[in-house]
Design a protein around this ligand. Structure first.
Ligand code: AMP
Length: 139
């Protein structure tokens, strides 16, 4: 069963499309958290960021790069939060990679990315070193 975003990409269900090219598209979020809340997707369905091939990822980033200033200007935003919920445990509901461009306004009462974490971990210097080494060895 194709995701709802695949159905939008195929033109099977309506959306307020604001940008489209061969590989990517962008449309307004149906339940906006702010005016101008926009989603950017690869048209092909990939559940998570690490499933996206490098060439598609480059095109996806190019579209995000193009859309962020357009969205901010359209709603006269002061800033934007640009984020992916990457996996179910991170709150991803639609298993089709999508980037949220969320316009932000001075005093809008929202939070920054630090506000989305749960309990802060208490990590020793050794644990931090070990985690850094592990990531570096896999990168
Ligand atoms: P996420 O939690 O990152 O998976 O976010 C999914 C987003 O998709 C939510 O912000 C929804 O409001 C949005 N959404 C779900 N269905 C549609 C739709 N048909 N058109 C536009 N946005 C949608």
């Amino acid at each position: 069963m194709p995701t709802i975003f695949s159905q939008i990409a195929a033109g099977e269900i309506p959306a307020r499309v604001v940008y489209e090219d061969e590989t990517t598209m962008a449309f307004l979020d149906a339940t906006p958290l702010a005016p101008g809340h926009t989603l950017v997707i690869p048209k092909d369905e990939y559940p998570r960021l690490n499933d996206v091939p490098a060439d598609v990822a480059s095109e996806l980033y190019a579209t995000i790069h193009q859309l962020v200033p357009a969205v901010e200007a359209a709603v006269d935003a002061d800033a934007s939060t640009v984020a992916f919920n990457n996996g179910e445990a991170a709150g991803q509901e639609v298993p089709h990679v999508h980037c949220h461009i969320l316009p932000r306004f001075e005093g809008d009462g929202g939070s920054n990315v630090h506000g989305i974490a749960g309990d802060l971990p208490d990590l020793s210097e050794d644990e931090l070193d070990s985690i850094a080494e592990d990531i570096e060895s896999r990168a």
